[in-house]
Design a protein. Structure first.
Length: 72
């Protein structure tokens, strides 16, 4: 399954790159792209565990950039 989420308050390109690297390491994620300029996160992951993976992605984003919100 592939979904695109809007990011709110992502402050720097370096943080976006850190998020992308960390999310790519999550088991079940097949592709991820975090765009600082577009303020978007594109996620492709296993259908069966997508909700669980998405929740982990949100936690990773908060850890890297505490003020950043993933808009579902």
């Amino acid at each position: 399954m592939k979904k695109v989420y809007r990011l709110e308050d992502l402050d720097c390109a370096n943080c976006a790159a850190k998020m992308e690297r960390a999310i790519a390491k999550i088991e079940g994620v097949s592709a991820v792209s975090v765009s600082f300029l577009m303020q978007k996160l594109s996620l492709e992951a296993e259908d069966a565990r997508f909700e669980e993976i998405r929740d982990e992605v949100v936690r990773v984003c908060k850890k890297v950039e505490p003020d950043c919100r993933v808009i579902r």
